[in-house]
Design a binder for this molecule. Sequence first.
Ligand code: F3S
Length: 754
Amino acid sequence: MKIRKAEPSGFCFGVTRAVDMAEKVVSDYPGQRVFSYGQLIHNRGVTEKLKSKGLETTEELSEIPGGSVLLIRSHGAPKGVYDEANERGLQIADATCPYVIKIQKLIQEVTSKGLSGLVVGDPNHPEVKGIIGWAQSQGLVDVIQNEQQAHEIDNKYHIVVAQTTFEREKYEAIVKVLQEKNPDIQVKDTICNATRERQDAARDLAKETDLMIVIGGKNSSNSKKLAEICEKYCPCTVFIENIQELSLKNPEKYSRIGVAAGASTPVSDIEEVIANMSEVITERNEMEDYLEAIEKSLRLPRLGEIVEGTVHQVTDKEVIVNLGCKKDGVIPKEELTLEADQKITDIFKEGDTVQAKVIKTDDGDGTIMLSKKKLQVNENWEEISQALDDKETIDVKVVRVVNGGVIASYKEVAGFIPLSQLSDRFVENAEEFMGHVLPVKISRVDKFKGKAVFSHKAYLAEERQSKMAEIWEKLSVGDVIEGTVMRFTDYGAFVDIGGIDGLLHISEISWGKLKHPQEVLSIGEKINVKVLSMNAERGKISLGLKQTQPEPWTVIDDKYQVGQLLVGKVVQIKEYGAFVELEPGLDGLVHISEVAHKRVTDLNDELKVGQEVNTKILEIDKEKKRISLSIKETLEPPIFEEQKEEIEEGAEDMEENKSFFDQVKDKAEDLMEDAKEKVEEFKEDAEAVLEDAKAKAAELTDDAKEKAEVFKDKAEEVLEDVKEKAEDVAEDVKEKVEKAKDEIEDALDKEETE
Ligand code: F3S
């Protein structure tokens, strides 16, 4: 008969915390009254134990005398309870589960902005009442618990949260209805998996057992639900509150018994039930042993049976064993495991108790042949079976690769390790494990069929768990620790933080936007990460890398000023401009008018994503978190550019035309030579003509001289005539003038006389 416990079972994280806190408070405040606001936990045994230690329970704050200690249970309480307790001078010990506090804060935050919230859960549950009590004002938060109500309510809600223990499938169906009505509603996953995990574990165990014992308070809805689930898969399910209620008529008829408990049942209750059941089993075994002893004395051992007897005689060749039956057994030397030089008498003496395996029931002379060696194999099987029961680790050596896995030996026993169980990573080729000694957990043992299945992966998982527990103890949210990048997924990277992996989500890697973690990280890289959250129930740790560096806008003044020239990378192109990344998380906008000196109509003609560009800071608006950049201002003025281009083009043309000019020049020189020669020829011709002309002129001069002489003679003749005539005229005039003069004088004389 085997008893197995569903894992996880019993107290969840939040209830453990609340019970521990209650015990601490009653012991830390001796002589002071301590009140739990409502029943601390739905478990009579626990509440009575705490009551005996001094914890009182009340639903009314007014009943608590001033100066007392008020313990808030894991369900939490409305804000008004805290306010009133403070006013009345009560000391508060707050055991509200952190998962519940998260919901209270969400509701408080949303309603403080005047927005409405919706809680999906049981309106009469203390957790839900407590959550509503954190709303800024009444009427801002409503509660629904089914799809029908989701259809009926209006769509004014900004956020929807769930009671931590609400059924996930139901919540998802309700959320679907809400989202159809209002796609913008913020949906928060606030369901705690503790209940679900306990239900899943109980269901799995119930499928494999003949008897299922569910332990939990009769007034605990979670425990009742657990019993219902188990009954579905194991018709023989008993629901008890404590060991006193357990009365099984014929426990021996069950060979596989399962025990499960809800989140409000202490581990001690579970252990008590298991211990009690074990006693029943032991008693039954004792009776069986007694009957077996009688039976044994009456019969001879069978072939293959393991027998125990007393050493009756030891010789160099064999050991004679009294088996308590009609015949003795004999272990020959070759069936003993002896070290070199070891004698049989060194290890066996008369009276020793010895175990051996029956290898022959009749050797011809009536003795029973026994083997210690074969027993060794048997013992090894026992060890393996024991290790399976105790969930212990054994070391095995990989000896052979076979289809689908490897064969590994544990002493004299060979077992199988499937490929999927060789590691916690994907194994492509099992050859790499050949000859390795691996610590393993035992998955299955069938001694009679000689089959054992091992799992190295299960060992690694357990190691991880214990390391996790160790790290969990030391680690706190906000710690910065060193880790190693182990592997990537599309949504982030897993980082080993000393034996366990934490998730570094892609959004927590850089202040900038990443498409894949590979853009900034590489496998095996050591990085400092900050612990962002820890989920003890799910064993998950969220890490952040960007949080180890300042957010760029908080140190903007230290690094950037207006007018500064920088190199950035184009990360996005819009119609109105391009976004340039100056550093991860810090982008600036280059407006389309600031891209080039010329007019740009399509930015894609000028820039492309990923291109590095020189920029100048035009403006930094810290309030709006905007940076204006210019590429244009880092470029040369366009006129210079044009001229330069023209000059360069002219130079190219000149270069091209140079040979043409040289040809022209040569031609011109040839023509000049020709011209010179022609001129010389003309000159000579001209001189000849001149000579002719001179000669002609000389001839003409002689002619002219003769004609001139003729003219001269003629002229002299004419002149003589003219001269004679002129003298005649002059004589005539002179006579006339003398005559006139005489007449004038006569006239004058006459006048004087008168
Ligand atoms: Fe807390 Fe989840 Fe338990 S919400 S009280 S850990 S069931």
